[in-house]
Design a protein around this ligand. Structure first.
Ligand code: ADP
Ligand code: MG
Length: 176
């Protein structure tokens, strides 16, 4: 008991999370970059790695402009709900307004894809992200960073999930 308490007090407990970043309105890449810059201004978040940057076709709601998408790997002291709250505040500060159309155009979208090996299903937060294993625009960039990590529910690696994606329709090319 005493040992546990002193552990809690004396050790910070950083977590690893993968975040998906996207924009399809205005200066798309600039919106994403500013969002990530805002993220790393927090002393509770350190940027560890970043994927290539992609130009992707919209998937869920297709009648809209193409997206800039990529993934960042962070180390954080925030718990998942605090991290989500912080991401939403950054989206809001970027000028995002909610929502005319679900899955519709957005200035900045910041999603939590993975958080350690956590499996979470709360009303406002599901981890792993519930659609990540079906999305080329998430799996491809994650594979740039860590292709061998496993989805904590499906128990399959990111590269396996990418290679076994069903639809050929999700257009994605490197952004120049
Ligand atoms: P999208 O699913 O297109 O990213 P939004 O960004 O509008 O849609 O998010 C809708 C809601 O999804 C958020 O308000 C948030 O509470 C919830 N949500 C559930 N799981 C996650 C997650 N892993 N990452 C980010 N938001 C999530
Ligand atoms: Mg989102």
């Amino acid at each position: 008991m005493i040992e546990n308490m002193s552990k809690g007090l004396n050790h910070r407990h950083p977590h690893i999370a993968y975040l998906s970043v996207g924009s399809n309105l205005g200066h798309k890449l600039e919106n994403c970059r500013s969002g990530i810059a805002a993220l790393t201004h927090s002393t509770d978040i350190r940027l560890i790695d970043q994927s290539s940057i992609y130009r992707t076709d919209p998937v869920d709601y297709r009648d809209q402009d193409w997206f800039v998408n990529y993934v960042v790997k962070i180390e954080t002291d925030l718990d998942p709900l605090s991290l989500l709250k912080f991401l939403k505040s950054i989206e809001h500060a970027a000028g995002r307004v909610r929502p005319a159309i679900r899955f519709g155009p957005r200035i900045l979208d910041l999603d939590i894809i993975l958080y350690d090996d956590a499996v979470l299903d709360e009303s406002t937060l599901t981890i792993p992200h519930p659609r990540m294993h079906k999305r080329r625009f998430v799996l491809k960039p994650i594979c740039d960073i860590d292709p061998d990590i496993k989805h904590p529910v499906l128990q399959q690696t990111m590269s396996f999930l990418l290679e076994n994606l069903g639809e050929a329709e999700q257009g994605i090319t490197e952004y120049k």
